[in-house]
Structure formats: structure tokens, C-alpha cells
Design a protein around this ligand. Structure first.
Ligand code: ZN
Length: 77
């Protein structure tokens, strides 16, 4: 896949973990396939991945477990 910003390098397919919000509640989806441009850092979400995200946000997929994490807000640092 080519970068939408016109970079010369081909985009790299990566498995990523992303945080989304559903009804103001955070949800984490891991192992998402996302394309990343090694040149400019642009991320592109392929249609298949977008569908998975949509299904999760529409509660069509059951969660595999709970994820808790400490939050660090670094804007004041
Ligand atoms: Zn790029």
C-alpha cells in the first residue's frame, strides 16, 4: 500500500493496540492491522480493520477481558 502523502516507501503492516471510546467508556482493541508509513508516520486503517472497530463500537463483538491501566496526563509536565 502506498502512503496517502505521496511518500516513496511502501507502508508497513503492523499489529497495533488502539484505544477507542464507546458511550464515553474507553475500550482497547489489540492486534489491529494498521498500515504505517515509515517515512512520515502516517497511519492508514484498512477497511477490514475499520469494520472490526465498528463492530466493537457497536458491541457486536464480545470482549476478551478487562484492561486496566494507570493514566498519566503529561500535558502539565
Ligand atoms: Zn508517508
Amino acid at each position: 500500500m502506498l502512503c496517502p502523502n505521496g511518500c516513496e516507501l511502501l507502508m508497513e503492516e503492523r499489529k497495533m493496540e488502539k484505544l477507542f471510546h464507546r458511550n464515553n467508556e474507553p475500550v482497547i482493541i489489540s492486534e489491529l492491522t494498521i498500515y504505517v508509513c515509515k517515512e512520515c508516520g502516517q497511519e492508514v486503517i484498512p477497511l477490514k480493520t475499520a469494520r472490526i472497530i465498528e463492530d466493537v463500537l457497536n458491541e457486536k463483538i464480545n470482549p476478551s477481558g478487562k484492561f486496566t491501566a494507570e493514566l498519566y496526563e503529561v500535558s502539565s509536565l
